[in-house]
Ligand binder design. Sequence first.
Ligand SMILES: NC(=O)c1ccc[n+]([C@@H]2O[C@H](COP(=O)([O-])OP(=O)(O)OC[C@H]3O[C@@H](n4cnc5c(N)ncnc54)[C@H](O)[C@@H]3O)[C@@H](O)[C@H]2O)c1
Ligand SMILES: O=C(O)[C@H]1O[C@H](OP(=O)(O)OP(=O)(O)OC[C@H]2O[C@@H](n3ccc(=O)[nH]c3=O)[C@H](O)[C@@H]2O)[C@H](O)[C@@H](O)[C@H]1O
Length: 378
Amino acid sequence: FQSFVDSGSRYLTASWGGIQWEKQVRTSAQIHRSGGISVLVTGATGFVGSHVSLALRKRGDGVVGLDNFNNYYDPSLKRARMSLLSSRGIFVVEGDLNDGKLLSKLFDVVAFTHVMHLAAQAGVRYALENPQSYVHSNIAGLVNLLETCKAANPQPAVVWASSSSVYGLNEKVPFSESDRTDQPASLYAATKKAGEEITHTYNHIYGLAITGLRFFTVYGPWGRPDMAYFSFTRNILQGKPITIYRGKNRVDLARDFTFIDDIVKGCLGSLDSSGKSTGSGGKKRGSAPYRIFNLGNTSPVTVPILVDILEKHLKVKAKRNFVEMPGNGDVPFTHANISSARREFGYKPTTDLETGLKKFVRWYLSYYGYNTKAKLVQ
Ligand SMILES: NC(=O)c1ccc[n+]([C@@H]2O[C@H](COP(=O)([O-])OP(=O)(O)OC[C@H]3O[C@@H](n4cnc5c(N)ncnc54)[C@H](O)[C@@H]3O)[C@@H](O)[C@H]2O)c1
Ligand SMILES: O=C(O)[C@H]1O[C@H](OP(=O)(O)OP(=O)(O)OC[C@H]2O[C@@H](n3ccc(=O)[nH]c3=O)[C@H](O)[C@@H]2O)[C@H](O)[C@@H](O)[C@H]1O
């Protein structure tokens, strides 16, 4: 089959179908431990998706990836993550969430027990440049995926990534799941909030078991080049200045930075406790769980302190350029209350920012070909 999918600014051409393709999908979905699950991971060559796919595979679950390899950031990093997944026997289907025929075909080939939905247009500030990409992936793509899950027989349980950004201008700290989330500060946040409402309707009408995870600023090896810790590292090593945003009266911004390995444990814990969908073929046969959890670190750190830690690990001084927060979708601080996730599935983050950034820097220097004294090896 040849499918042409409108992905906003460009057209993506994906090839799928055929006996060989089906065999690869089936083999990748095979479960290698008793009581294992078979999971469709969307956004599998993204930062979080690649780590979650590897962790599922490692414990013997069946995993099939889906990703459209868009160029929001350097797609060669997504290809490199894909090579890593392939080396562990995980097949990644190249395609878009909005391709309904492709999604239905995947469910025809494999009776997925779970969907780990991590594909999205991420990034808070990029919404000013390309608002439509958020509607395309985070709204239309989500609905398309849920339509497929609702129609599947049996229906999978769905775990998906919401975001700490739904707390928006909320000033009550730490942020609890029951706090208000009706004051988003960015279109990104608004689409994640919409996702929480949309998933609720699919739970209510069709009996899909749904878990939404509000991740708090995730960082680590194989991370996202658009995020501050990553772009700061790049600039510091290249001797270029970095821009640090500050609030009114020069107040530092702070984030509850959460290490990727802790997020992965939270993703797996929530999958394992997600419960079962009750419907099939679009018909509800009983009520199913609808849950939302914060996955954070519970220990916010200011952005200048993040830079101090990077300087220490990189052994290079940053050229700091402070500017007032430009009203681009940022919020002043985030801080997660994680007691619900702890209670429900034992979520307990264990990596502090100092330790996690050390691991990130080690990966960065190796991946981009620096020797240990932070010189690029030509
Ligand atoms: N990293 C964070 O700090 C953070 C924080 C909160 C929430 N989240 C959410 O977690 C999820 C994973 O984030 P990430 O940091 O790994 O981002 P990422 O950009 O690295 O991964 C997302 C992947 O989804 C793919 N994708 C995007 N739109 C698609 C579409 N329409 N069809 C198919 N594939 C598509 C991209 O190519 C990418 O590989 C996202 O939903 C994001 O919004 C991330
Ligand atoms: O938890 C989330 O829900 C979100 O997490 C992440 O967003 P943020 O917390 O905004 O991360 P990130 O961009 O790394 O900026 C970190 C800090 O550096 C500051 N920052 C940023 C850039 C810059 O040039 N200067 C600067 O000071 C900036 O003001 C901020 O204070 C995900 O990208 C997003 O997908 C979303 O899901």
